[in-house]
Design a protein around this ligand. Sequence first.
Ligand SMILES: Nc1nc2c(ncn2[C@@H]2O[C@H](COP(=O)(O)OP(=O)(O)OP(=O)(O)O)[C@@H](O)[C@H]2O)c(=O)[nH]1
Ligand SMILES: [Mg+2]
Length: 426
Amino acid sequence: MFIDQASVYVKAGDGGNGLVAYRREKYVPKGGPAGGDGGDGGNVVFKVDEGLNTLMDFRYNRHFKAKRGENGMSQNQHGKNAEPLVVAVPPGTKVIDEDTDQVIADLTQHEQEAVIVKGGRGGRGNSRFQSPRNPAPAFAENGEPGQERNIVVELNLIADVGLVGFPSVGKSTLLSTVTSAKPKIADYHFTTLVPNLGVVDTQDQRSFVMADLPGLIEGAHQGIGLGYQFLRHVERTRVIVHIIDMAAIEGRDPYEDYLTINKELKEYDQKLMSRPQLIVANKMDMPGADDNLKKFKNKLDDNVDIYPISTITKEGVRDLLFAIANLLDQIPKDVVDIEETEHKVVYRHEKEEAPFTISRDTDGAFKLSGHEIERLFQMTDFAREEAAQRFSRQLRTMGVDKALRDKGVKDGDTIRLMDYEFEFIE
Ligand SMILES: Nc1nc2c(ncn2[C@@H]2O[C@H](COP(=O)(O)OP(=O)(O)OP(=O)(O)O)[C@@H](O)[C@H]2O)c(=O)[nH]1
Ligand SMILES: [Mg+2]
């Protein structure tokens, strides 16, 4: 089963909670604070494994959650940070934020890593809040919640060579004769339903990856047939090998085939036109193929090399492989990727958000929202009076009280924040 797209939910680990504790020493009746900090929550990390070529692991598992950090301990001991959750992905994996459509990461190189969501920071223990004014604080911070997001994971196979052409022209047969891949071969259309990859080793010790793609037909770029959803796998191939049934077994004109497929590639993405292309005239063992090839050459005015072969008799195959390897030698390995992402994991700068916003609910309650204020709220342990007091001081410092007054809040009005409600008190 080949999977090249999946919607996935990822959640990084929450930070561990800070602890409220005090030193217990002999003869010291009231020791100072000794509650340790919580450990950081684990990140969710995607890491490239060259050995993979499908997003298979996402088929049944669409939730990835990293562990939370350990809570702080007594004697100022720091809770352990959680290990990152590392998910192996094939090279060519792109990660897109489902809500914003932003590309979070584009992973192409073996062992390349990207943090998809960051773990929360551990909450600080009560020791950290000690001050001359408050020598024995009776509160600690909760851990920061880990980031979570819905993402789309997309695979763009990374192959050096992509085989394109009409159905039944012999793409899979070629792959099966030059690599150890065992694609299904048959004389009906759309035998190949998903891309197959194989590694070609030429007789002079060169090697490249070849992708056999489902057949294209007219209108493929508009979604007709199967080809469209796989055309993006051509985007990253360095060389396009265009296979044509020169024996015209199905009665089509080989030259028309050539034009039609190129038109589909162009409609899909103009950039594909500048990708080096070789023409393979296949099925040359069949009667009529020689004549057709002559006619084809007469009509062709593009400056493209033609390689006549038969995948059945293997004639011409060896020379074809040399030609492909020679062409690949002239094209730098990363030329295709550089256009897109310069090989790097891209972390777009996250939008600067206001620390809080105020809106009115239908029942007249004032609603506070925003990343920063919600984070503060979640890191506050309201079971402790001092923590709650600290929270209201923080709101005042942020300007929340003033902003609420500007909006007309009065004593006793309801304020909402996440799932909680409280009363505004002058
Ligand atoms: N005579 C002859 N037949 C060939 C040659 N290459 C392939 N065929 C036959 O053509 C038919 C189609 O071959 P496939 O390799 O499945 O074609 P494909 O291009 O992969 O087709 P789709 O997967 O449907 O797009 C099969 O019956 C092959 O045996 C060749 O060089 N000569
Ligand atoms: Mg096939």
